[in-house]
Ligand binder design. Structure first.
Ligand SMILES: [Zn+2]
Length: 447
């Protein structure tokens, strides 16, 4: 008999939207279909839509080492409140960063003790750690993250072209992707220096120091090197339609490249940065409305593969002071699904099936997490129950992250995540965290 039945909801998969019950046994989906037999524990999903829970493939919970910025305890609760059950933590801004097996073990232990959602870990690719990648792969990283420009943290230096080329070859040998922050170091540094020399330090100047051209150039270079190495490449947080097009051109040439964007590049524009200040500062920066519209077009036509939050919070003090010196990073882990429902489904007719792909099926497939990300028998019972028509305001007191500092605070959304189930356990229920157990490490199943 099932441990739990989610009854009467409308199930959303990448292929279809249909009314069905979901029976769960020992954390796995046992059956999906009409009129499944009853059991002692049932959740009434009548009138609700049941999505695969969000798999956030890119965020920074900064644990261990910088938990005063965020931590997995608070971050995972915020993720759960937004319909998420699994995240992939980046190798920075924890400190020391996850660039060898020892740091992997330290982070794993910290997250197993604090996270209420499941998690996977990215390893880092930095100059000098090529010999560590095999050890990280053996531990179970989903891939290796490299910066093509300054990361903002001295302990995580950028990958020069030779480091990237060597890292891509080694990652290909290990069967894992390399994820790149694609902005041209040469262009960004050169423009930033020129502005400093000219005393140009406004928000507008910052935006102009990181142009779309810097993103496109870095994507072209990274895809060229990945093609040469026959490696899998993942471009994180692509901020413009031109950036997506550059990656898609490489894909058409046969390069194995996947494209990620973040809700903030679709929800905000550079006018919001000028209005909100450092709270909306990130790199690449938010773009003008023409670029935002072009990026939406790429999402709607299906060229963007997956959506991740790139939740990258800092302490509130680091968001004060002069804009250029303020920490860059947007704290949005709780609102990925809400943005896609409101701005995607309701405003732009983005199909629900496509949302299920962007938030869950695609990240699971790309990073070879084989039994997650879908609502089908045999898959982990990770579900997000959503009231598609309920409108809500995301107030700062609703944010479960460590510091309630987010450009999304005060935003209104139509489409509300109400409940989150992780491996059959109800971990979030209408404003309350109900998790009884901690999350566990998830590894890719390499073929
Ligand atoms: Zn990031």
């Amino acid at each position: 008999m099932a441990d739990l039945v989610v009854r009467g909801g409308t199930v959303v998969t990448p292929d279809a939207v249909f009314r069905a019950d979901i029976a769960i046994e020992e954390g796995l989906i046992a059956a999906v279909g009409p009129d499944l037999p009853g059991t002692s524990r049932e959740i009434d999903a009548t009138g609700l839509f049941v999505f695969p829970a969000v798999i956030d493939a890119h965020l920074h919970f900064n644990e261990p080492g910088r938990t005063e910025w965020e931590g997995a305890a608070t971050g995972s609760r915020a993720l759960a409140a937004g319909g998420g059950a699994l995240f992939f933590d980046m190798p920075l801004n924890s400190t020391p960063p996850t660039v060898n097996a020892r740091e992997f073990d330290r982070k794993r232990a910290a997250l197993e003790a604090s996270s209420i959602t499941d998690f996977a870990l990215w390893g880092g690719l930095i100059p000098g750690n090529l010999g560590e990648l095999a050890g990280l792969a053996a531990r179970g990283v989903v891939g290796f993250k490299a910066f093509l420009c300054d990361s903002g943290l001295p302990e995580f230096p950028r990958a020069d072209d030779l480091t990237l080329a060597d890292g891509l070859r080694e990652a290909a040998r290990l069967g894992l992707p390399v994820a790149v922050h694609a902005e041209s170091h040469e262009l960004v540094q050169g423009l930033s220096r020129r502005m400093a020399d000219q005393g140009r330090q406004t928000i507008r100047d910052f935006l102009d120091s990181r142009p779309v051209l810097a993103e496109v150039e870095a994507i072209q270079r990274a895809t060229l090197l990945a093609g040469e190495a026959e490696a899998k490449l993942h471009i994180v947080h692509v901020s413009s339609g031109f950036g997506v097009a550059a990656a898609a051109e490489a894909r058409a040439r046969g390069v194995d490249v996947s494209i990620e964007t973040c809700p903030h590049y679709l929800f905000f524009t550079e006018e919001d940065v000028e209005r909100l200040g450092a709270i909306a500062k990130c790199a690449p920066p938010l773009r003008n409305p023409i670029h935002v519209a072009a990026l939406w077009e790429k999402v709607l036509e299906g060229t963007v593969d997956l959506m991740a939050s790139d939740h990258s919070p800092a302490s509130p003090e680091m968001k004060c002071g002069p804009f250029w010196q303020a920490w860059g990073g947007i704290a949005g882990v709780q609102s990925t699904l809400a943005v896609l429902l409101d701005q995607g489904y309701h405003r732009r007719h983005l199909p629900l099936e496509r949302i299920a792909t962007l938030i869950a099926a695609a990240p699971a497939r790309r990073f070879e997490i084989t039994n997650r990300g879908r609502i089908a028998p045999g898959y982990g019972a990770d579900l997000a129950l959503v009231d598609l028509d309920a409108s809500f305001t995301l107030n700062s007191e609703d944010l479960l992250q460590r510091h309630p500092v987010s450009p999304y605070a005060g935003a209104c959304f139509r489409g509300a995540p109400l409940m989150t189930i992780r491996r059959g356990e109800l971990i979030y229920n209408r404003g309350t965290i109900t998790a009884q157990t901690c999350g566990t490490l998830v590894r890719p199943t390499l073929t």
